[in-house]
Design a protein around this ligand. Structure first.
Ligand code: PLP
Length: 432
């Protein structure tokens, strides 16, 4: 909606000057170097920080930091913490290195982007939305994770925000919805979406949102910055569940949001400090540690996933496979354009429908199989789950079926176990 965000014009100038990139990916070696080479700070497991004197405390409360560190990271941990600040910086580099480089080349003096880490992915998503939403606004929502979906329905029911669910895998649907609803202020999408692994053309959607001053928010959880860097494609805000690939070991819950500095400092951060969705210092330290080898881990997971998807596609007991890295995926070309590879999540339907899927999943619930029956994804351990009764159970059945989340759909998150072990076990599970 034009004129709705007073930071839009400034952001647009900077977005055009710094954020668009011919190169859709940060070079893999540079990516791994950023991850590995940042050095880990000590753990600041504390809730409050000693000031040098009254002037120092007062300066920090108005956002001044005498030694150049993040202004609010040394007052009280709900407002920020050095461990969280460290993780925010590394994630910021991974998503925005090209923006930083371009801004430095033009001798930009003030920050363009901001990065915040949260106690969960849901905390990141809800805080960003509460940072801008007002009565009378409409938000377009694609096929999103179950709890994101139910939060949007809650906003509609409780506060009268208009939520318009659309199939965002066709960019024209977004255009038509914007044309029909002059009160649209934001579009929220996931690509690949969860769990049907359909892609949204981020660049094409941004061509529709940008002239209308509509914020394009991309949940980049399924890719992590290793597979996709949405600012290069036209996103305005990027959110993550760090619980998945960044943590990589299912050892903690965390989230992140990165976006225009003006928006984050004036609208998102005030909500953050009052809601208190702050992560613990130890979890931020832990995620900074696991982030160090994320690219190496993910490369292996994605290579295995590509082979497992091909194996499933050729398996006589499998009905259909959804994986963007397969040539048979309807958006294979788009995957090559906006992702480094097809990722490490695969969805499929087993011949025999729901019962056959349940039988396979129960096979992996056993202790002697190299996979767990569990929700979540991105871990070094492979997981198998049933979206319709688990991660997406909160989505009303009619909407679920319409989005392709059928009762027969099974979701697989590939870990680091290796192709031969996983393929052999899946084959055994299908033939039991
Ligand atoms: C795509 C996506 N976004 C957000 C979330 C929420 O993240 P968290 O569980 O860290 O709150 C999830 C969780 O599964 C997810 O899959």
């Amino acid at each position: 909606m034009k004129g709705r965000f007073n930071w839009w014009a400034e952001w647009m100038t900077r977005k055009k000057a710094y954020a668009y990139a011919e190169e859709k990916q940060l070079n893999e070696d540079k990516f791994n170097a950023i991850c590995a080479g940042t050095g880990l700070p000590n753990i600041h497991q504390k809730s409050t920080f000693k000031f040098k004197d009254v002037a120092d405390g007062a300066a920090r409360f108005i956002g001044n930091s005498p030694s150049g560190e993040k202004p609010f990271a040394r007052i009280y941990t709900r407002l920020g913490n050095p461990n969280t600040e460290h993780l925010e910086k590394v994630l910021f580099q991974l998503e925005c290195q090209h923006i930083i480089d371009n801004a430095l080349k033009k001798d930009e003096q003030t920050p363009t982007m901001a990065s915040l880490v949260f106690a969960s992915g849901m905390a990141a998503i809800t805080t960003v939305i509460l940072g801008f939403v007002r009565p009378g606004d409409a938000i377009i929502v694609g096929n999103v994770y179950g709890c994101t979906d139910s939060f949007m329905r809650f906003l509609q029911k409780r506060f009268g925000i208009e939520i318009i669910f659309v199939d965002a895998t066709k960019a024209e649907n977004i255009k038509q919805t914007i044309d029909a609803h002059p009160n649209v202020v934001a579009v929220l999408i996931e690509s690949p979406d969860n769990p049907t692994l359909q892609l949204c053309d981020i660049e094409a959607i941004s061509k529709y949102t940008e002239p209308e001053e509509i914020m394009l928010i991309v949940d980049n959880t399924f890719c992590s910055p290793f597979l996709q860097q949405p600012f290069r494609l036209g996103a305005d805000v990027v959110v993550h569940s760090l619980t998945k690939y960044v943590n990589g070991h299912s050892a903690s819950i965390a989230g992140a949001a990165i976006g225009p500095y003006e928006f984050f400092s004036k609208e998102v951060y005030p909500v953050y400090k009052d809601l208190g969705p702050t992560p613990s210092p130890f979890d931020s330290w832990l995620n900074s540690l696991t982030l160090q080898e994320m690219g190496v881990r993910m490369k292996h997971q994605c290579q295995t996933a590509q082979r497992i998807a091909e194996f499933l596609e050729a398996h006589p007991k499998i009905e259909r496979v959804f994986y963007p890295g397969l040539k048979s995926h309807t958006q294979y070309a788009l995957c090559n354009k906006q992702m480094r590879n097809g990722g490490a999540v695969i969805s499929f339907e087993v011949k025999g429908g729901f019962d056959a899927g349940v039988s396979l999943m129960n096979f992996f619930a056993r202790n002697d199989t190299p996979m767990e029956l569990a929700v979540s994804l991105g871990s070094v351990i492979s997981y198998i789950e049933h979206p319709a009764s688990m991660t997406h159970a909160v989505v009303p059945e009619e909407d679920r079926i319409q989005r392709g989340i059928t009762n027969s759909l099974v979701r697989l998150s590939i870990g680091v176990e290796g192709y031969s072990v996983l393929a052999e076990a899946i084959d055994r599970g299908l033939n039991q």
